[in-house]
Design a binder for this molecule. Sequence first.
Ligand code: GLA
Length: 339
Amino acid sequence: MTQLQPKDNVPSLHETFQAHFRVGAAVNPVTLVSQRELLSRHFNSVTAENEMKFERLQPEEGRFTFEHADNLIDFATSHGMGVRGHTLIWHNQTPAWVFEHREGGPADRQTLLARMQSHIETVVSRYKGLIYAWDVVNEAVSDSGGELLRPSKWLDIAGEDFIAKAFEYAHAADPNALLFYNDYNESVPEKREKIYALVRSLKDKGVPIHGIGLQAHWNLEHPALDDIRQAIERYASLGLKLHVTELDVSVFRHEDRRTDLKRPEAGMLERQAERYGQMFRLFKEYDGHVDSVTFWGAADDYTWLDHFPVRGRKNWPFLFDAAHQPKPSYWNVIDVARS
Ligand code: GLA
């Protein structure tokens, strides 16, 4: 009898990193179909790219729309994958009604917090035990200037303790879910210190927060590896878990605005592979803290970076190419696990 050989000699990404952390991908209703095989083979965690955001789950007050989110949960459950919930409270992709009085004009603090509570309670309870970690508050910290928190309707109306309230409501709804504060530019020293200060103050007040999400929308040069290391160390010093939540590595440097490339140019994929290798070496080194690494997509056939920040520009930010085949970046990452 001939022995069955594995379909190919491409090892499963998540199995390769089993001893270190989960490996996740953001998905949407289209990629759940078009990337089905790739997802189930290489990833053991999924996150909804958009389908669990406030505007998708409660477009009108009291009218919840769970169909796509439920489908994602079913997909994960049937493939033995975990789910990271994203995201409960954010200044974006939140419907206008949340901040308005039914009779017009801005809502008052009490009304806004009651809406927050009912949203969080409904959503988190529905997926209780099915979602291992939630991004409770997304991007509340300001990028620039001396201010700690970004101006937003949540902040204007409810005041700065809207953040603590969100965590308390989420914890009450599912005491076993890990609760995260999630942000981008998390490795930029100035913003890193603000995120640190915010999370530290939450911890000091006894707010139920368990981790910091590093979005990790990175590129070939930024952030510098050393800044990533310092961010990991600084956040880890709070004794919290760290999740890399939205990893992608754009092949374009910040000032590169070209839209004419039909494929990555010479050197880009090699440099990307070098970067991915360095990053995963760091994640592995800090695997006592980092226990989940999620890409903001799975393969180069679909990425939000095809439209952002340069309109109509194709990007190639992942470990798998548009045909779902491993790129040099994939092999470098696999080498890290094996070394
Ligand atoms: C932020 C959000 C994500 C997503 C990306 C862009 O990082 O946290 O939900 O919207 O922007 O795709």
